[in-house]
Write a protein that binds this ligand. Structure first.
Ligand code: GLN
Length: 284
């Protein structure tokens, strides 16, 4: 006799808790909902329905991935960011809450501009640029990524969010796939972990996030050097840029930007009190 859906997720909760998964109850509900295609209300409404036997293997496969430490967002293939759902694939990072700061900055900076153009370098899921487009109805956005698979995901997300008519996906390295386009804002959350530090990251990050999205070269600053050197060619006069940074990189990125001629350089902290974003403006 199969047990009820309510009992299934509660037993799963206990199993995940025993495996020291900190969000055991939530994850158990999310996994059962995913396999049965139920929303939160649907799960409650199905409390006493029998769990369909044909779905047991599917559920078990996902449970084993979670117990092995894979982040729940990767298993479900979706992560919420700035109130929107972003699909993920193996080539994209899971969007992080601290990256939402770049979106806040962009909205504030561009809100009185009727038709701004935004460039997102290393767009991944497209979470930064697409969140900007969703909140700036006159804006157009370009997402560049060196990974064709990541770019495909960004394009799929643009379509799912109804933003594809204002989004341009370009495949290549940093500024290479752009022509003479100029932007009002350049945003980027580039790979910024120093190669030797990758080993020290949380297991969920180092084992499941794509290395190309994390590794910023020997000192973690390689991508910032490229962006600092070339961004001014692609910014309108007084155009702005916002970059996510590692907690200890503010000083160095500030130096890179000021030697490249940027002004109004400011470092902002995330909610945990760590330096997390550098903003700057091209000269007028
Ligand atoms: N822009 C994407 C994000 O912020 C991808 C960043 C990356 O791959 N380094 O999630």
């Amino acid at each position: 006799m199969s047990s009820g859906i309510g009992r299934t997720w509660r037993e799963l909760r206990d199993r995940l808790a025993a495996a020291e998964i900190p969000t055991a109850a939530l994850d158990a509900q999310l996994l059962v909902r995913h396999v049965l295609d139920l929303d939160a209300t649907g799960l409650i409404a199905s409390e006493t329905d029998p769990f369909p036997g044909g779905k047991s293997e599917d559920l078990e496969a996902l449970v084993l991935r979670r117990i092995a430490g894979e982040p729940i967002a990767r298993i479900l293939g979706v992560q919420e960011f700035y109130g929107l759902d972003f699909g993920l694939n193996a080539a994209t990072l899971i969007p992080r809450p601290e990256t939402e700061m770049l979106v806040d900055f962009g909205i504030e900076h561009l809100k009185s501009h009727p038709a701004p153009a935004v460039l997102d370098l290393g767009t991944g899921t497209g979470c930064i640029v697409l969140s900007l487009l969703a909140n700036l109805p006159g804006a157009r956005g370009w997402g560049v990524d060196i990974s064709a698979d990541a770019l495909e995901q960004a394009q799929a997300n643009a379509e799912a969010l109804g933003l594809a008519d204002r989004f341009v996906a370009r495949h290549g390295s940093w500024f290479d796939p752009l022509g003479g386009e100029k932007f009002d804002l350049i945003v980027s959350n580039p790979p910024y972990i120093a190669s030797a530090t990758i080993e020290t990251l949380d297991a969920g990050v180092k084992s499941f996030d794509p290395m190309a999205a994390l590794d910023g070269g020997a000192d973690g600053l390689g991508p910032y050097r490229i962006i600092a050197a070339k961004a001014r060619e692609h910014l309108v006069a007084a155009g702005a840029r916002a970059l996510e940074i590692g907690f200890d990189q503010g000083h160095m990125v500030n130096e890179l930007l000021s030697s490249a001629g940027f002004c109004e350089i400011a470092i902002a902290k995330d909610l945990a009190g760590h330096d997390r974003m550098v903003t700057a403006r091209a000269p007028k």
